[in-house]
Write a protein that binds this ligand. Structure first.
Ligand SMILES: *Cc1c(COP(=O)(O)O)cnc(C)c1O
Length: 393
């Protein structure tokens, strides 16, 4: 078989299992109302939880950042790409996460994917380290654990007793417990207070991936650590800036020594070009909104549409696991049925992502509804009515 025929065979196999993915081309800014391939749609699939991605103040800050710093950074952070904008952003982020950490410092990244690789490869660099990873962790944490030299042990979803047994049995010199704070396909929260207590008891780091909590959880939008009122030198916090913050990038906040080690050692930090400084400049405006009265009002509206969605659904066949966050999964089961449900909604002008393995475990294909502060109550009522009808049909 020649090389191309072999690839085509693999693609056919994906298609036979209803696993082929396709991209849709969006012609308008990220918002509930989109034009997609010429069609107007009402979308429930972005992670723009506070509706900031197209906010006029951020668009203006991006323009201002480009006129101050130009278009590109030109180099990695350790050469000449680390601008005043990046430095200011890191100072602001360290202050933002500061109440929850000891001697906090922050480090900015181009993406959350890279930040997770950096944390796990820097702290889990040695063969005498052990990473304890939650079963439903995001792919970037799984890949970071694969890339680290540390030994990797999985513990079940919310499996505190299993984790405790693993920690007690471990003789590793460095222990890293790694978890999503808000699980990206289920929307539920990790039991962070109990996890932190275990980590403190066993001398382990607790790495918290707060991609979906940063900006949305906590009275000031500081995320899961604020929500649970946690503070510890054992915490290594990762927040992303392309979801609720509406722009792009990510950061790690932790004790200054953790950050210094990452600057010296983390290859996903060292060997890549710094993000365009205008993004860092615009993120300062995003942090102003998140931490101010407008952010609080947006979080309050987000919580109101989440409650409306939960109260309105009347499902009998499909499963609806309890989720207190903007991520509201509807578990359908079979890949083909999930795709049909997604297509049925799409036909009515509603865009909800159908998620299949390997993103979720086999047999749990689902619709992943994400709600945003930019959705109106009318938007949510339209989706709820369509879902209630679709399940019965
Ligand atoms: C989105 C996401 C990431 C990756 O962040 P990016 O900035 O999009 O690369 C990491 N972890 C979780 C849980 C996520 O949902």
């Amino acid at each position: 078989m020649n090389m191309i025929a072999k690839l085509e065979q693999q693609l056919r196999e994906l298609d036979e299992r209803s696993l082929t993915r396709r991209r849709r081309v969006v012609d308008t800014p990220c918002a509930p109302r989109l034009v997609v391939e010429g069609r107007p749609l009402l979308a429930f699939c972005s992670n723009d939880y506070l509706g900031l991605a197209a906010h006029p103040a951020l668009v203006e800050a991006l323009r201002e950042g480009a006129s101050l710093y130009g278009a590109g950074s030109g180099a990695s952070h350790l050469i000449s790409g680390h601008t005043r904008a990046h430095e200011q952003l890191e100072e602001r982020l360290a202050a933002f996460a500061g109440p929850h950490l000891e001697n906090a410092r922050a480090l900015s990244f181009c993406t959350g994917y890279m930040a997770n690789l950096a944390i796990l490869t820097a702290l889990g660099a040695d063969a005498d380290a052990e990473i304890f990873s939650e079963q439903l962790n995001h792919a970037s944490l799984i890949d970071g654990a694969r890339l680290a030299r540390a030994r990797v042990s999985l513990y079940p979803h919310a499996g505190l007793a299993e984790l405790e047994a693993l920690l007690a049995a471990s003789t590793a010199a460095t222990k890293l417990v790694v978890t999503d704070s808000v699980f990206s396909m289920d929307g539920d929260l990790a039991p962070l207070p109990a996890l932190l207590a275990l980590c403190e008891q066993h001398g382990a780091w607790l790495v918290v991936d707060d991609a979906h909590g940063f900006g949305t959880l906590g009275a000031n939008g500081r995320g899961a650590l604020e929500h649970f009122n946690l503070r510890s030198p054992n915490l290594v916090y990762m927040g992303t800036l392309g979801k609720a913050a509406g722009i792009g990038g990510a950061f790690v906040a932790a004790h200054a020594s953790v950050i210094e080690l990452m600057i010296q050692r983390a290859r996903p930090y060292i060997y890549t070009t710094a993000a365009p400084p205008a993004l860092a400049h615009a993120l300062l405006a995003s942090l102003d909104i998140i931490g101010g009265a407008e952010g609080a009002a947006r979080r309050a509206h987000l919580n109101a549409v989440i409650a409306q969605f939960q109260q309105g659904l009347r499902l009998e066949r499909w499963q609806r696991p309890a989720s207190p966050t903007a991520i509201q999964p509807i578990i359908i089961g079979e890949n083909a049925e999930a795709l049909r449900a997604g297509a049925g909604l799409y036909g009515q002008g509603l865009w909800v992502a159908a998620i299949r393995p390997p993103t979720v475990p086999a047999g749990t294909a689902r619709l992943r509804v994400t709600l945003s502060a930019a959705h109106t109550h009318e938007d949510v009522a339209q989706l709820v009515a369509a879902l209630n009808l679709l399940e019965g049909s």
